[in-house]
Design a protein around this ligand. Structure first.
Ligand code: LMR
Length: 338
């Protein structure tokens, strides 16, 4: 009886050991599979609910379906701010970023094209420029810097907000100070309007508006909405005077480490995410405009055709100074795009 019981206990213990060992093995395999996946970090500075934030998540979803990649998205400057993300990309500490192209001015001044006042006729004209030969050429100019453009992610037109007064004419800007993303074109734009400017990382803007380091800023409806600038600004001028668009970048070191098949999976996922981003940009900017209007916190003014003509005239010095810096060919291609 006793020996039988001992036997039973032994058999049970052995079975248990086998089960535990098998589970351990399975876990190990899973671990190995995870370890062998290509790890991709995607860092950006905006909220998750923006066109860029959502498209980054779409890219993750599509690419991870292949089973070969693990993509981690870090929104809202969690990992890196504006300047740091560019350095981190070059050092391969992050494999994807999607900066507003203005922030690439230090590498290729022609990216300031988007800041040239009233240049593109419409959103569609901007999309067609990006998809056309000049847009593709511009995207590829970063290769010598070890950065590879994978797609254009347009956000939309910029509009002015400020805390001091309604801005209806160029004269109204005199003496005010605005935050800029970077680059000489934006400084020149505000100078032409008699205003001052200060370059500042995106993550610092709300605080700077709140403590009045700057009086105003320019951005898309969606960024203004998702950053809650209406809490610290009083006036909004619907001006569509320039654009804010992104280029998705990886680094050549990471890219070259992938097989052609993996590069194809990556490019295909990027194509899908890029198409998604464009529909979202339209949709989310329109929604944000409604949200801002309904908030009751901002007084709105929309430029008339005559106002716009006055602004174009006042901002002519920007073209005088920057057409050659950016390149006449780029400016013409953008202006003629339909
Ligand atoms: C800004 O700095 O205002 C924007 O470039 C932020 C962004 O990425 O949309």
């Amino acid at each position: 009886m006793k020996t039988g019981l001992i036997k039973k206990v032994l058999v049970l213990a052995m079975s248990l050991l086998l089960v535990v060992a098998a589970a351990g093995c399975g876990g190990g395999e899973k671990k190995d599979a995870a370890a062998s996946k290509i790890s991709v970090k995607f860092s950006h500075v905006v909220a998750e609910t923006t066109p860029k934030g959502q498209a980054a998540l779409k890219f993750k979803e599509v690419l991870e379906k292949s089973g070969q990649f693990e993509v981690k998205v870090f929104p809202s400057s969690q990992l890196y701010g504006d300047k740091e993300e560019l350095e981190a990309l070059k050092a391969n500490n992050v494999q994807l970023i999607a900066p507003s192209v203005t922030k690439l001015v230090g590498f290729v001044p022609a990216f300031q094209l988007v800041d040239m006042p009233f240049l593109f006729k419409s959103d569609q004209a901007a999309y067609n420029f990006y998809d056309g030969p000049k847009g593709q050429e511009l995207m590829n100019t970063l290769k010598p810097q070890g950065m590879l453009g994978l797609g254009w992610w347009p956000n939309g037109s910029k509009h002015f907000t400020n805390s001091k007064k309604p801005l209806k004419t160029p004269d109204d800007f005199k003496g005010l100070k605005f935050r800029t993303q970077s680059g000489g074109v934006l400084d020149e734009q505000f100078k032409a309007l008699g205003a001052g400017s200060q370059t500042m990382a995106f993550g610092e803007v709300y605080q700077a508006l709140n403590n009045k380091t700057v009086d105003g800023q320019e951005n898309t409806y969606n960024n203004i909405d998702t950053q809650k600038y209406a809490e610290v600004q009083k006036y909004m001028t619907v001006s569509s005077h320039g654009r804010l668009d992104y280029v998705v970048l990886t680094n050549t070191k990471f890219w070259d480490s992938m097989t052609p098949d993996q590069q194809k999976l990556f490019s295909d996922a990027m194509k899908e995410a890029s198409a998604y981003e464009r529909t979202l940009a339209d949709e989310l900017n329109a929604k944000s405009l409604e949200t801002l209007k309904n908030s009751g916190k901002l007084e709105f003014y929309t430029l008339t055709d005559a106002d716009r003509a006055a602004f174009e005239k006042a901002m002519q010095p920007v073209y005088d100074k920057y057409t050659d810096v950016i390149g006449k060919d780029y400016i013409e291609a953008a202006r003629n795009s339909k």
